[in-house]
Design a protein around this ligand. Structure first.
Ligand code: UT7
Length: 322
């Protein structure tokens, strides 16, 4: 069986930013509440770029970083819940726009855990020898699904894209990946779809927005984050001391701090950029990985753990030597 490795990363967020002060003007909230309860100071919000536009910019950077061209890519997977169209998928728009060959390209919906799911699928396809090089992304424009009259959610979600090129390797650098789901708790975090027809009539429906039972999701997140890291370490026979940095889904800085406490890991080992990016769902993990690399916090040869959790409920993680 072949092994896999990370060949390059890239990310992109819209330049327009929404500050907590901006949100104070539209809902009953405060900068103090948002910062102390979530860690967010400002977040990128798209004006005229859709998910495929963000994905395209992140993909160009990842290809450049990997010293590859679009012609070298054998497979594209885009993790997203906010595709430009219901269909075709962002992945197919990206395949065309990048000028790739006729390769498989599909979208994957596992909400905020989507990037880890995409990584798992790409890893297994490369290990099986089916493909040599895959471009995987988490890309979202969550703000289009956000209700800006709902203070419980509108202060959290944001827009962005993160991309990673993964390929064959002689050494097992992507050491282990786990992905899980528990559909029992579907209503904790959801957005309604199209209603079924009554006869041939479409019942009236107001435009759906995402809804979340925040404190329930918080409990779930603080439970699965440390458990996932412990599982990754136990399966691979690594210790927490050997891990240079943990890059978790940026949903709330308190979730990350609580996980650090549970794991008895130094807080500075937990990567945090939610203050500047908010919650970008599937984009959050690859965006944070790329930023950690570009700022020198994650270096070649480092061992890092990444974990994500979200609607479904879904969760997963990976242990990777860069
Ligand atoms: O990415 C997918 C995974 N998502 C997550 O992991 C999110 C997990 N959940 C969270 O991060 C937190 O639960 C939230 C940040 C969403 C909420 O924080 P919380 O400390 O759990 O607050 P809460 O929902 O228990 O609400 C506490 C109070 C409520 O007021 P009352 O009922 O006590 O009077 C809320 O109405 O805070 C109120 N509140 C706000 N107040 C000011 C909720 N949102 C706001 C707000 N500004 N934006």
């Amino acid at each position: 069986m072949k092994h896999t490795q990370v060949l390059g990363t890239g990310s992109y967020v819209p330049s327009n930013r929404v500050t907590n002060a901006d949100l104070e003007k539209i809902v009953e909230t405060s900068d103090e509440w948002i910062q102390s309860r979530t860690g967010i100071v400002s977040r990128p919000k798209t004006i005229d770029e859709n998910t495929s536009d963000l994905a395209y910019q992140a993909a160009l950077k990842a290809l450049d970083n990997a010293n590859l061209t679009a012609q070298d890519i054998d497979l594209i997977i885009v993790a997203t819940v906010t595709s430009d169209y219901q269909f075709p998928g962002v992945s197919q728009l990206l395949q065309k726009r990048l000028g790739c060959r006729f390769i498989p390209a599909f979208d994957l919906n596992a909400a905020c855990s989507g990037f880890i799911y995409a990584l798992n699928v790409a890893d297994k396809m490369i290990k099986s020898g089916t493909y040599k090089t895959a471009l995987i992304l988490g890309a979202e424009t969550l703000t289009k699904y956000t209700d800006y009259t709902d203070r419980n959610t509108c202060v959290l979600f944001a827009d962005g894209a993160g991309a990673m090129v993964v390929g064959e390797s002689d050494e097992a650098k992507i050491k282990h990946i786990v992905t899980y789901a528990d559909g029992d708790a579907e209503s904790m975090l959801k957005m309604d779809g199209y209603p079924l027809k009554v006869g041939f009539e479409t019942p009236p429906q107001k435009r759906p927005f995402l809804e979340m039972q925040g404190s329930e999701v918080f409990k779930f997140a603080t439970s699965v984050l440390p458990k996932t890291i412990e599982e990754l370490l136990s399966v691979t026979n690594h210790t927490l001391d050997e891990v240079d940095i943990v890059i978790a889904h940026q949903a709330n800085s308190r979730i990350i701090a609580k996980a650090a406490k549970t794991l008895k890991i130094a807080p500075e080992k937990m990567y945090v950029n939610i203050d500047r990016f908010g919650n970008t769902s599937a984009a959050s993990v690859p965006l944070a990985i790329d930023e950690a690399i570009k700022t020198g916090k994650l270096k070649k040869g480092d061992l890092f753990a990444t974990v994500a959790f979200g609607a479904g409920l879904t969760w997963g993680g990976a242990l990777i030597r860069l």
